[in-house]
Design a protein around this ligand. Structure first.
Ligand SMILES: NC(=O)c1ccc[n+]([C@@H]2O[C@H](COP(=O)([O-])OP(=O)(O)OC[C@H]3O[C@@H](n4cnc5c(N)ncnc54)[C@H](OP(=O)(O)O)[C@@H]3O)[C@@H](O)[C@H]2O)c1
Ligand SMILES: C[C@@H]1O[C@H](OP(=O)(O)OP(=O)(O)OC[C@H]2O[C@@H](n3cnc4c(=O)[nH]c(N)nc43)[C@H](O)[C@@H]2O)[C@@H](O)[C@H](O)[C@@H]1O
Length: 316
């Protein structure tokens, strides 16, 4: 990507900020960013204007409305509408702006609720979706299909990657809207100090695969440099854990010695979503950050950035 202008959308978020770190470290390129105040990605004319003023060579779609199982279940219209708008505006204006390459990021929730495990890329649209995040999943599926349609009709080099559940620096630690990893780090730290038990949502039996966001960013740069295909590519670690097992692992790192209660009024979501990483492995990429090391890094980041203030500073 030497000499290219790369627009990382959503650069203040967990995924976008990891991509900016990775690009700054290893690529001799020009990184372009824009805050929501500068360009609301839901607004097609604003996106078009920004695109024609800045003329990126490469666009990474790492912006989106993102949240955990409860937020997705509670605000399906927002998750569907905002993600559809962001995807269509960025993909269409990248076509208009003759962008050389676009990387679209989706999520493992695009796959059917009861997909055969580990989930191969070909499982897409082979069965009904998980109802708690159907809105988000439909928007992300539309993004994949848009990339494929612009490739088929206009020859655009637009690729898609589906990362599994991510965690790391700049994660969202708000207990109402976060994913499980940051929520449990925060809850266990507070429970350790207060000497109280921790309440987990759901039954603790669903299984999830976790990937450190720096591994994900590394995989994205790998795909940008090595993949020009039609089909979307899974990005995962290849290992999944029950939520109750994840809680034990986080407890070990945080030093929480108490027990766990389960609030079964909260949703479990997908029973399991372990992705098959054969395609990416065959190209020569694999994850490097082990989950224990990853949880330690995430807990350190939480202590340094969130614990003191109650909310994390976002990158500018
Ligand atoms: N988190 C995960 O576990 C996960 C898993 C798989 C895939 N992904 C992929 O990664 C993407 C980003 O996830 P994340 O965890 O980095 O989320 P995040 O931390 O919430 O970051 C999302 C970013 O998108 C920006 N954004 C949202 N709506 C916007 C709008 N209308 N205009 C301009 N910017 C807007 C946000 O801007 P503000 O800073 O102004 O809010 C923020 O910078 C997802 O959409 C998904 O494709 C994430
Ligand atoms: C990656 C994202 O994953 C999301 O699904 P999903 O893995 O269930 O999202 P999470 O919110 O991470 O929840 C994973 C599992 O952890 C359980 N869990 C236990 N305690 C907690 C807690 O305190 N907070 C949270 N958040 N969960 C908790 C939750 O019930 C669920 O079974 C999708 O809704 C999105 O669309 C997206 O795909």
């Amino acid at each position: 990507m030497k000499g290219k202008s790369v627009w990382v959308t959503g650069h203040r978020g967990m995924v976008g900020s990891a991509l900016v770190r990775a690009l700054s470290k290893s690529e001799d390129c020009r990184i372009l960013t824009a805050t929501r105040q500068e360009v609301d990605l839901k607004d097609l004319s604003a996106v078009r204007r920004w695109m024609s003023d800045n003329r990126p060579d490469v666009v990474i779609v790492a912006a989106g409305k993102v949240g955990g199982v409860l937020a997705n279940n509670s605000f399906p219209a927002d998750f569907l509408y905002e993600n559809l708008a962001i995807s269509t505006n960025l993909i269409h204006s990248s076509f208009e702006g003759k962008v050389e390459k676009l990387l679209y990021l989706g999520s493992s929730c695009i796959y059917p609720r009861l997909a055969e495990q580990p989930i191969v890329e070909e499982s897409l649209l082979a069965g009904p979706l998980e109802p708690t995040n159907e809105g988000y999943a439909v928007a992300k599926i539309a993004g994949i299909k848009l990339c494929q349609a612009y490739r088929k009709q206009y020859g655009c080099n637009f690729i898609s990657a589906m990362p599994t559940n991510l965690y790391g620096p700049n994660d969202n630690f708000d207990l109402a809207s976060s994913h499980v990893m940051p929520a449990l780090i925060r809850k266990m730290h507070a429970a350790k100090l207060a000497d109280e038990p921790v309440t987990l949502w759901g039954t603790g039996t669903p299984k999830r695969e976790f990937l450190h966001v720096d591994d994900m960013a590394d995989a994205c740069l790998f795909l940008l440099k090595n993949y020009d295909g039609f089909g979307h590519i899974n990005i995962g670690s290849g290992v999944d854990y029950k939520i109750s097992e994840l809680a034990e692992m986080i407890g070990d790192v945080v030093g929480y010695r108490g027990g766990f209660n389960y609030d079964t009024t909260k949703p479990d979501g997908m029973p399991r979503k372990l992705m098959d990483g054969t395609k990416l492995a065959a190209m020569g990429w694999r994850a490097k950050i082990d989950i224990h090391e990853g949880i330690r890094k995430a807990y350190d980041w939480y202590l340094k950035n969130v614990e003191q203030t109650g909310s994390a500073p976002r990158p500018t």
